[in-house]
Design a protein around this ligand. Structure first.
Ligand code: PLP
Length: 371
């Protein structure tokens, strides 16, 4: 199969950077639904993309709303085929979900029947909450001193005979940090064959070098790895709930068996099909996220503190007390994350929201960093 390096980028086509003038971002209208953050609120809390979906996706959803409301099986097949084509795997190896959360939850339900799931202690773990409520056996592995994922510790823990899966996010949330690709590849190759590796690449399209960092080529090469991706970040579609996994045929079939029935929604699929090939939008989205991240990074430096090296749409910022800091920011109408847990009281996560909101955060940071 002919897979170009660009294919792995998740950015469609060679013309992405040269067509940046072909604006495909729609103007955000005044919110008449009440779903958006209230006026005056800087919503920098959940790593969404303030651009929303491209105009092409808006048009696709409007056309759908005018024309049909059937179950979306054909649309699901079409999107899986499009993703498979770009990523160099057959459509049967692409498993769509109600957000990538659904496929991660499905993986935990399926592999949880076989044994224990290992995950780094400081990581986005929401997709495991439902499996945990069903009695999932899981084990947290301590972070490295720099708050990176400790692959050596994970490898040691994975040697235990009850381990069925290692689940990690790369880049990680909430740290934003990326593992060194060669180290992750070596880790993956050294895992016992009974252990499946799930790499959540929700933010991979925002990485410095996605092509060099993704584990997709290993899946294509037959490795026992599940890679998950989402339309919620680069594509601006968090509320539309479309994500996917790429996995070996047997693993893909196992994921499908553990998905909810008929969980995919037609508007989300219509938008994803349109956005997938909208290269200019993807380029603009990435550019705007990077611009907002630079403003945040400069503000952190100016405020005399530090943030972990991020390859995502958020920063993990060191403050005197993350809960007090988040409360003080909230008093100014700026919503960021407090402490991720008792073990990390000094770190607050901030997302790259609208530039006007990011600038408010930047202006407030120096006075509050010691709050
Ligand atoms: N994975 C990671 C690392 C995330 O940070 C998030 C959401 O913030 C998700 C998955 C969930 O994404 P989705 O909207 O595709 O369910």
């Amino acid at each position: 199969m002919d897979v170009s390096r660009r294919g792995w980028l998740g950015l469609a086509g060679a013309a992405a950077s040269t067509q940046a003038s072909a604006i495909t971002i729609r103007q955000i209208a005044v919110d008449s639904t009440g779903f958006a953050p209230a006026p005056g609120i800087a919503h920098l809390k959940y790593n969404e993309n303030p651009l929303g979906p491209p105009a092409s996706a808006m048009e696709a959803m409007a056309a759908l709303a005018r024309s049909n409301w059937y179950y979306a099986d054909d649309a699901e097949a079409r999107l899986a085929a499009m993703i498979g084509k770009r990523l160099g795997v057959p459509a049967a190896q692409v498993v769509l979900g109600h957000g990538s959360s659904e496929v991660i939850t499905s993986a935990a339900l399926a592999w949880g029947k076989r044994g224990t799931i290992l995950l780094p202690a400081l990581q986005f773990d929401e997709p495991l909450l439902y499996p945990m409520a069903q009695g999932l056996s899981y084990r947290l592995v301590a972070m490295a001193p720099d708050l990176g994922i400790d692959l050596a510790a994970l490898a040691r823990a994975a040697a235990a005979p009850d381990v069925a899966m290692v689940y990690l996010c790369n880049p990680n949330n909430p740290t934003g940090m990326m593992l060194k690709p060669a180290e992750l590849v070596a880790f993956a190759k050294a895992l016992p064959p009974r252990v499946t590796l799930l790499v959540d690449e929700a933010y991979m399209e925002l990485a410095d070098d996605p092509a060099a960092s993704t584990m997709l080529p290993l899946v294509q090469g037959g490795a026992n790895i599940i890679v998950t991706r989402t339309f919620s970040k680069l594509f601006g579609m968090a509320g539309l709930r479309i994500g996917y996994a790429v996995a070996l045929p047997a693993n893909a079939a196992e994921l499908k068996r553990h998905r909810l029935t008929i969980s995919l929604n037609a508007p989300g699929l219509a938008a994803a099909i349109a956005a997938w090939d909208d290269a200019p939008f993807q380029q603009q989205s990435r550019t705007q996220i990077m611009a907002a991240r630079r403003v945040l990074q400069a503000a952190v430096t100016k405020a005399g503190t530090t943030a972990l090296p991020s390859q995502t749409n958020f920063l993990f910022v060191k403050v005197a007390n993350a809960d007090r800091f988040a409360a003080a920011m909230a008093q100014r109408g700026i919503l960021v994350r407090g402490a991720w847990g008792p073990a990390w009281p000094l770190w607050s996560r901030v997302s790259t929201g609208r530039m006007i909101d990011v600038e408010r955060y930047a202006a407030a940071l120096p006075a509050l960093v010691q709050a």
